[in-house]
Write a protein that binds this ligand. Structure first.
Ligand code: MG
Length: 391
């Protein structure tokens, strides 16, 4: 690893002192604790963009998180950063997401408006710091500072002041002082963007909500699509068979996969190159110098522009597609109904949530932890209504 990476032996440590593990370093242990957590297993039944029951092939929060980890690890190895830490942050980055994706989060935030709000980054930290309860000595997973720093990706100043009141110099401090997290944390943020841009294209085309001719207006996509088509011509039989029946409107699946894998590889290579150059210019001596520097992990200017263009396109064409909006509207209703029901009758929640002094926060924690299907079952139990046809 490079000197500016997160070296486990120089970790700022855990909130509750523990003896080192016999066979794993501190960040390997962070990752393993995340993988064994309940919140991690629940990601399999949480919506990324498409509500879980709409199809078995769409990404869920779990497969999204695995793809983020793959992208981040690839770049981390090239950049000689800490791969275990990168993997830990990637696998944990969405643990605080509500059921039903962003619609669920928006709804819960609205319900919590008078009680401090709800924010999924903050909730991810709350899950690993507090809500997971599996160890004798402490609540939460007792992760290292570096893992927690990576998980708390965004934080408002108001929330940061609140967090720092109970933990001065904790992971929220940088949102008050300014400053950056580790390169490992910065890398996972970009890996998240790369992962969702590419997999949402795949899912959007599969669902028939995105059209190829629209995508071809995006230079980033068009360039690698042309490249894939040229290669298909050269590859002969296998490629041709794979696209049997393909038309300009409905390309063969193989052409799409070949395009997306090129796009993915190109963006990872771009980050590696741009970041290596920025690090060479800044010459950070070690991790704390990284924290004081401006952000060093990034795309080249051209890729930054092209990725932003693609995100903007996906926002309008996919996330705001009437079919997606229709299901997210229903999802919003489910979350709002659940919130009202538990707030009126806390005893409808499990005893440990019902016993919490801050009832609205306990309700938010309980709902945020739910999978899509559990939320729908609870909604049916509490309201007698069924919102989705086949759920
Ligand atoms: Mg994500």
């Amino acid at each position: 690893m490079n000197p500016w990476a997160c070296w486990p032996e120089r970790s700022r440590g855990r909130r509750y002192a523990e003896l080192p593990a016999a066979t794993r370093d501190a960040h390997q242990r962070d990752r393993d604790r995340i993988v064994h957590s309940t919140a991690f297993r629940r990601l399999v039944y949480k919506t990324q963009v498409f509500v879980n029951h709409e199809g078995d092939l769409f990404r869920t929060r779990l497969t999204h998180s695995l793809e983020v980890a793959q992208v981040a690890r690839s770049a981390a190895r090239e950049l000689r950063l800490n791969e275990d830490l990168v993997e830990a942050i990637a696998l944990a980055h969405d643990l605080g997401h509500t059921p039903f994706g962003h619609a669920g989060q928006d709804a819960l935030h609205a319900c919590m408006a008078a009680h401090g709000g709800f924010e999924h980054n903050l909730q991810s930290l709350r899950v690993v710091d507090r809500l997971e309860q599996r160890y004798f000595g402490f609540d939460g997973l007792n992760l290292t500072f570096e893992a927690r720093e990576g998980i708390l990706k965004h934080c408002s100043r108001r929330n940061a002041l609140h967090l720092c009141a109970s933990e001065p110099d904790g992971p929220a401090q940088r949102f008050i002082d300014g400053g950056q997290p580790s390169l490992e944390a910065q890398l996972v943020n970009l890996a998240d963007e790369i992962a969702y841009c590419t997999h949402d294209i795949d899912d959007g085309l599969r669902a028939g909500l995105l059209q190829l001719d629209e995508l071809l207006r995006m230079p980033l996509f068009a360039r690698w699509y042309e490249d894939a088509l040229a290669r298909q011509g050269a590859a002969g039989a296998a490629g041709a068979a794979g696209s049997a029946g393909a038309t300009a409107q409905a390309p063969g699946r193989r052409v799409v996969f070949e395009t997306l894998r090129r796009l993915l590889a190109a963006l990872i290579a771009d980050i590696v190159e741009a970041t290596a150059a920025a690090v060479a210019r800044a010459q950070p001596a070690e991790i704390d110098a990284v924290r004081r520097s401006p952000a060093l992990v990034g795309f080249s200017e051209r890729s930054r522009h092209e990725v932003d263009e693609l995100k903007h396109f996906l926002f309008g064409a996919l996330y705001r597609h009437p079919q997606v909006v229709q299901t997210t509207d229903l999802a919003r209703e489910v979350v709002a109904d659940l919130f009202a029901a538990y707030l009126a009758q806390p005893a409808q929640m499990p005893p440990d949530f019902a016993a919490e002094a801050d009832t609205p926060r306990a309700v938010a924690d309980y709902i945020a932890g739910m999978t899509d299907r559990f939320a729908l079952r609870e909604h049916r139990r509490l309201t007698g209504r069924r919102v989705f046809e086949d759920a």
